[in-house]
Design a protein around this ligand. Structure first.
Ligand code: NOJ
Length: 763
């Protein structure tokens, strides 16, 4: 026995040693393979480039929109001549197949095409809108969703996705907040990475299912006043600390392409912005992929007043570092002549072509140019719907639940299902669903009928659309409500009110939806408001008429089953807000990671406009940074979301209170489920650098974990934050971690939690 024990004791280190050697050998050979692979790619690129005429090269820089059938032949001819690098918006498998065949078999150099598409939140199976996906705080699940999209889209031949959009979005008036992952750089980064990895896929035969595209570089989400396409003025220090981090992270993780934006940034349109594209992205970050313009954004530089004509636009964009032109043809029309007249160097064009060819080779398109026509996914399998359903469930944010109105009891005899969003297969899908199949949608009404049986549902649409002002349907809705034990109102915004170019100045529920809720509340029945949209709405007043509020975003194909499960407690809501909800549009911008200012507001310093004594002395009512009418707090803070159960945080412990640069902050907290339901809490850790050479936000999210706990149980949740991640950038983009006092919070939102201080000491 002793010998046996000795044997084990003696051999464990050897076994570990052996294992380590194996890992090392494996890692080294993987590195070697990778570098050999990349050398082989470079060789192939150079050999191709050497055989290309100037026209061939410029052809690779052209991304064309697929035309209608009557002009297909013209495009095919251009492909045959090698004058096209990629095609966007073609999803017919047979047309893609034919175009690729022409490029590979009939063009002189046989360079395959890229086929690009906006697969923003699903292809056939529509996942929740991106801002809803962010509310899951579950990157692992989002990656699975992106893989579903990649499988469906790549099955028809799409090999390049214009996603993820990783713009920081802090203004709900901006319609494209829908496509974003919200206001926080860390959350946007995690979600963006997850999506990119999902798009890349895990097909064992091919390295990638689709290339991803980090867009829109940069500052597009900071459009003035939330008006889409508008100017962004962002100080460099904020670019580095807020807007750049998601892009840098995706670049580091190997994203193949970047897209510019429609906006100008500090006076220079993104598509002609050498600071962004050349200095930062290509030189400083050493990005090896390529940059594509947004649609017609090169020619729009004339309208911006940045260039006088298309020729100048082409020159400025090329010099700035924009490699591929989407939809317009200024490169094709002007670059050749500019090279020949020595106005620009051919080296610039070679660099752009190298990048595009490299990505085509990395995607293995030379080896696998075609999708298999027999594998087109026309009918997505159940596994796709299950993932869409799970994401939807986890995206719902419970904002209010007076007297435990929710979950509803399945023994309910009659349930009133009311509102324009209750049974609309199209609107529940949200914006950017070019390929989404509305026939696959399961609406809340359908799912509730399936769950409870048709005869237990009293349905009334009440309003024709979300914007309808005609109240003709109200009496019917009231009747349905009176005859029921509880009322669920499905309200929100149609998808066309959200998304690109769909900014709003008012942020309330459109049409007569508020009146509908008010009327129904008069019945005195428990009233549940389910809001389906893609931006925060100012629901402060109307929610007072509801007993419970679920913010469901645009939940996608599986909206119905996911909502039914949550409404009836099969699942407890676990979503958290990825963006701060304002009380009024006048409060925007409002986000949790704001600065403290020299005069931060407080309950003590604040006097509401109605409470100010007449003719008060000018400085008598507290001179702090607030609004007299809406105060200084948002309607709901970032990270907020209730559950059917309750959670209690206790026992925050820092392993050390004094750290140096090589340390990590190790911190733990106990989380107890003090309610009666099983629940999942998103535990969030925030820090503040209390004094810094450039003032830091009052809180910054540093990590989060989804923790599921049974009722009555308690778990200890641990976080480790390397000190090297507690720093910030200065205006020149230099990263530094400054010594001094820090504060850490752990809690269930940006506005709650237990806190402790620690000191970061000099080396
Ligand atoms: C314009 C949008 O801004 C961009 O995000 C999209 O990828 C392109 N159009 C292509 O559809």
């Amino acid at each position: 026995m002793l010998t046996f024990e000795n044997h084990i004791v003696l051999n464990i280190p050897k076994a570990i040693y052996f294992l380590l050697i194996c890992c090392l050998v494996f890692a080294l050979s993987a590195c070697e393979n990778k570098s050999q692979h990349s050398d082989a790619i470079d060789e192939k690129v150079e050999s191709l480039l050497g055989r290309m005429s100037l026209e061939d090269k410029i052809g690779q820089l052209q991304l064309m929109n697929s035309p209608g059938n009557d002009q297909l032949e013209e495009l095919e001819e251009r492909i045959r001549k090698g004058r096209i690098g990629g095609v966007l918006n073609e999803v017919r498998p047979e047309v893609i197949q034919k175009m690729q065949l022409i490029a590979v078999e009939e063009s002189e150099l046989g360079i395959p095409l890229l086929f690009g598409r906006d697969v923003i939140h699903g292809f056939k199976t529509v996942l929740p809108i991106n801002i809803g996906m962010a509310a899951t705080f579950n990157p692992g699940l989002i990656r699975k969703g992106a893989l579903v999209s990649a499988k469906e889209a790549s099955s028809v031949g799409i090999n390049w996705n214009f996603a993820p959009m990783i713009d920081i979005a802090r203004d709900p008036r901006w319609g494209r907040m829908a496509e974003s992952f919200g206001e926080d750089p860390l959350l946007v980064t995690r979600m963006g990475l997850a999506m990119m990895r999902g798009f890349h896929g895990n097909d064992p035969d091919k390295e990638y299912l689709m290339a991803a595209c980090a867009k829109h570089f940069a500052g597009y989400g900071a459009a003035e006043g939330g008006r889409d396409y508008n100017s962004a003025s962002i100080p460099e220090v904020e670019l580095w600390n807020v807007y750049f981090p998601p892009f840098k992270a995706l670049k580091d993780a190997g994203v193949h392409t970047f897209m510019t934006g429609f906006n100008e940034l500090n006076g220079v349109p993104a598509s002609g912005n050498a600071f962004l594209l050349r200095n930062i992205l290509k030189e400083r970050w050493d990005f090896k992929g390529f940059v594509v313009s947004d649609w017609a954004s090169i020619t729009e530089m004339q309208t911006h007043g940045f260039v006088a004509n298309e020729r100048e636009a082409a020159r400025k964009s090329m010099q700035a570092g924009l490699d591929m032109e989407m939809a317009t043809s200024t490169y094709c029309n002007h670059l050749k002549e500019m090279v020949e007249s020595c106005e620009i160097s051919e080296d610039l064009i070679d660099d752009a072509v190298r990048r595009i060819l490299r990505i085509k080779l990395q995607l293995d398109l030379f080896e696998y140019p075609y999708a298999n026509p027999e594998e087109v996914i026309n009918n997505p399998p159940d596994s796709h719907f299950n993932i869409a359903r799970k994401i939807a469930e986890q995206s719902f944010v419970l904002l209010k639940n007076k007297n435990q109105t929710l979950p509803l009891n399945k023994n309910i005899k009659k349930l009133a299902v009311i509102g324009p969003m209750a049974d609309d297969r199209y609107e529940q899908l949200g914006t950017w669903i070019f390929d989404g199949d509305t026939n696959l949608s399961i609406t809340p009404l359908l799912a509730l009928k399936n769950m409870l049986g048709r005869d237990r549902i009293n349905y009334a649409k009440a309003l024709e659309t979300m914007r309808s002002l005609d109240k003709e349907g109200f009496p019917g809705a009231l009747q349905a409500a009176v005859n029921s034990e509880a009322i669920i109102v499905f309200a929100g915004e149609e998808s066309i009110i959200t998304g690109e170019a769909h900014s709003r100045a008012y942020l309330d529920l459109p049409g007569a939806q508020n009146d509908l809720v008010k009327e129904l509340s008069k019945t005195g029945k428990p009233l549940i408001l389910v809001v389906m949209t893609a931006r925060p709405l100012t629901i402060g007043e109307i929610q007072q008429y509801a007993d419970a509020v679920i913010y469901a975003w645009h939940p996608g194909t599986m909206a119905g089953p996911a909502l039914a499960d949550v409404l009836f407690g099969v699942k407890s809501p676990s979503g958290k807000l990825p963006v701060t909800f304002p009380k009024a549009p006048g409060q925007i911008p409002v986000y949790y990671a704001h600065k403290n200012t020299g005069r931060p507001p407080s309950d003590e310093s604040f006097t509401h406009i109605q409470d100010i004594p007449v003719r008060s002395f000018q400085t008598s009512i507290g001179n702090t940074s607030h609004y007299l009418d809406v105060g200084f707090k948002p309607l709901y803070p970032f990270g907020f979301g209730l559950s059917y159960t309750s959670f209690e945080y206790s026992n925050l412990i820092l392993e050390k209170n004094r750290l140096n640069n090589d340390d990590s902050l190790k911190v733990s907290i106990d989380l107890a489920n003090t309610g009666i339901y099983m629940g999942t809490e998103v535990v969030q850790i925030y820090i503040r650098d209390m004094v810094a050479s450039i003032t830091r936000p009052v809180k910054e999210l540093k990590d989060f974990k989804r923790i599921s706990i049974d009722p009555g149980k308690k778990v200890s949740v641990h976080f480790t934050l390397p000190v090297s991640e507690l720093g910030f950038f200065d205006a020149k983009g230099n990263y530094k971690v400054e010594p001094g006092k820090f504060r850490v919070w752990i809690g269930g939102s940006s506005d709650s939690g237990l806190s402790e201080d620690f000191l970061l000491e000099n080396e």
